[in-house]
Design a protein around this ligand. Structure first.
Ligand SMILES: NC(=O)c1ccc[n+]([C@@H]2O[C@H](COP(=O)([O-])OP(=O)(O)OC[C@H]3O[C@@H](n4cnc5c(N)ncnc54)[C@H](OP(=O)(O)O)[C@@H]3O)[C@@H](O)[C@H]2O)c1
Length: 292
């Protein structure tokens, strides 16, 4: 029986959340566009996550668009007091499902109001500004203009905390000069470790690091090393990938995404999986880290 309390907890601004949460993006239709393939299962996944103790859900109004937020509201509203919903703004969807930047004052303001309405909230707990200088990965460039607009919306009382997504260390430093940054959400997993140094720096400053694609994203991680370690530990490869992240740094919060009740239960059970040092060393070799 899984107990996600075993994952421990970490702070997100003035909230404390369990380190094993849930990412809602996979609930939208194919390509994160349109309605889910099975509406009732999508609601059941959300309810099962919260019933199992998940108190941190990651979402955005540009998933669908509007689809995952409305599912969250339908499944879980009125929300439990301890549930922290983290959303993100800065992108919009083209009619062809493309991901486009949306950084004007009008677009950012509209995005905050869309999230409030579709989630059924008066204040958003945490809003990540998703930087789109390069949609596929962090790219240098000032984030001052859009972050100042989001900080204005925070001052108006619409947003409690602010985070950054798809950013470089330089952009995080620039952001922290403008407003408090409580979390960073970049791509990271045991095969994609560009942020190793950044994670440790953020840990020292008490800032949460929330890896997106913790399981590899649209093409889940596949590695014979990962499968071998999982077989030895009598776990699944995805559980090992999550346990590795939990042991990687104390400020890592997990938001694995799934549209499947079975996968959800498997992922939550990773909270209780402890990886011995020799297995971690072997997993580190997947990304060429710590190789002898
Ligand atoms: N800030 C950003 O730019 C950004 C970008 C992408 C995502 N995100 C956030 O990060 C969250 C996590 O990312 P993600 O969902 O894209 O990727 P992910 O968590 O790395 O992986 C999701 C994929 O893994 C599969 N999966 C999940 N659990 C599994 C299991 N136990 N066994 C086998 N397959 C499993 C899912 O398919 P099934 O549905 O079949 O389980 C799905 O294909 C998202 O929900 C979203 O909130 C943020």
């Amino acid at each position: 029986m899984s107990n996600i309390n075993q994952s421990g907890s970490f702070t997100l601004g003035d909230y404390s959340v369990k380190r094993l949460g849930y990412g809602a993006m996979q609930l939208a239709g194919p390509g994160v566009f349109g309605p889910p393939k099975d509406h009732e299962t999508a609601l059941a996944v959300l309810r099962a996550a919260v019933a199992a103790g998940v108190d941190h859900i990651d979402t955005s109004d540009f998933y669908g668009p509007h689809v995952t937020n409305r599912l969250i509201r339908e499944a879980l509203h009125p929300y439990r007091d301890d549930l922290v919903i983290v959303t993100k703004i800065g992108a919009r969807r083209g009619t062809d499902a493309s991901w486009l930047p949306a950084f004007s004052r009008e677009e950012l303001t509209q995005a905050v109001h869309d999230n409030l309405r579709n989630l059924g909230l008066d204040v958003l707990d945490v809003v990540n500004l998703r930087i789109m200088l390069d949609v596929h990965g962090p790219a240098e460039g000032s984030i001052e203009a859009p972050l100042t607009i989001l900080a204005d919306l925070q001052r108006q009382g619409l947003v409690r905390h602010i985070g950054l997504s798809n950013v470089t260390a330089k952009q995080i430093a620039e952001g922290r000069g403008i407003t408090e940054i409580v979390c960073v959400q970049n791509q990271y997993n045991l095969a994609h470790r560009a942020d190793d140094t950044l994670i440790d720096e953020l840990a020292r400053d008490g800032i949460a690091y929330v890896p997106f694609f913790p399981l590899g994203g649209f093409s889940p991680l596949q590695s014979s090393t990962l499968s071998d370690v999982a077989a030895r530990l009598k776990a699944t490869p995805m559980q090992v990938a999550l346990a590795w992240l939990l042991q990687r740094a104390p400020n890592i919060l997990l938001i694995p995404g799934t549209s499947s009740l079975e996968h959800l239960q498997q992922n939550l059970a990773a909270a209780g999986l402890v990886l011995p040092k020799n297995e971690i060393a072997e997993l580190d070799r997947i990304a060429g880290v710590g190789a002898a």
